[in-house]
Design a protein around this ligand. Structure first.
Ligand SMILES: C[S@@+](CC[C@H](N)C(=O)[O-])C[C@H]1O[C@@H](n2cnc3c(N)ncnc32)[C@H](O)[C@@H]1O
Length: 256
């Protein structure tokens, strides 16, 4: 009988930890619950063969993005990329940008790893770790051109709201990490979540509405941001929300 393919121990060790604790006794509230589903042969093969090529591993140390990508192109981070459809599409359509995707869900992570290794893409790297820890501990201030998050888990029950990823603490972190005129974009079908995030951003003096800036400044300056955000958004949750006729809320702010 054919032997079932397994993930090598070396790879498992590199990607199995998903959160960082400054104090091992303090449990931080996390925005995700880990679901493990069976991985397909292609996903396991991609993990065994391509992790070192495309995956950045967590360490409590700032990373050199120019070194990691081998150039100084602008870097856009996608947080919680799910199955990675959008990240793959963006990397293919915007080859002059670098994309760093962060996701804890092993199935989506390994699926995207398979897709990028098949295409041998050079402008995309992925991480399996809590995105908040990655941004906080590994990304230097003032260095990201964009931070995007599509359909973050809405945690609709009142007792779960504290698990939401995009809150004041998260907004403070992203405001530190973005370059001047770098953009933050969040898309969600939870109106209540969108309103709570807008409220935080409206009070934060480090962000401005993109449309307002375009009106006030030279339109050309923001062409690149507009091109990226106007590009068709392909994600599983976006398709699902559209199929179910739910209202989709899009928040775009620029760091000023
Ligand atoms: C509702 S899904 C949306 C997936 C995808 N963006 C889409 O639109 O189809 C939210 C994703 O965020 C991931 N996630 C939640 N919290 C995270 C965190 N702190 N760091 C990295 N990924 C996270 C989850 O694992 C899940 O795959």
């Amino acid at each position: 009988m054919e032997k079932t393919m397994e993930i090598s121990n070396d790879v498992l060790e590199k990607i199995s930890c998903v959160e960082y604790r400054t104090d091992p006794n303090i449990r931080t509230i996390r925005s995700y619950s880990l679901r493990a589903q069976k991985l397909g042969t292609e996903q396991i093969k991609a993990l065994n063969e391509h992790v070192d090529e495309y995956v950045v591993f967590f360490e409590n140390k700032f990373i050199d993005l120019n070194f990691i990508f081998g150039n100084d192109n602008k870097v856009i981070v996608e947080v919680g990329f799910g199955n990675g459809e959008r990240l793959l599409d963006a990397a293919l359509n915007f080859p002059d940008y670098n994309f760093l995707g962060i996701e804890v869900y092993i199935n989506g992570f390994s699926r995207l790893l398979y897709e990028i290794s098949e295409r041998k893409l050079k402008n995309i790297k992925i991480m399996r770790f809590d995105a908040k820890d990655v941004l906080k501990y590994m990304i230097k201030n003032d260095c990201l051109y964009g931070i995007e998050i599509f359909f973050p888990d809405p945690w609709p029950k009142k007792r779960h709201k504290k698990k939401r990823l995009v809150n004041e603490d998260f907004i403070n972190i992203i405001s530190e990490k973005l370059v001047e005129y770098g953009y933050f974009r969040m898309v969600t079908d939870s109106e209540e979540y969108a309103l709570s995030v807008k409220k935080i951003l409206d009070l934060d003096k480090s962000f401005s509405d993109l449309n307002l800036l375009v009106l006030l400044n030279d339109n050309k300056k923001f062409t690149n941001v507009k091109q990226i955000i106007n590009h068709t958004l392909v994600t599983k949750y976006n398709l699902k929300a559209k199929a179910e006729n739910r209202v989709i809320n899009s928040i775009i702010r620029l760091k000023i």
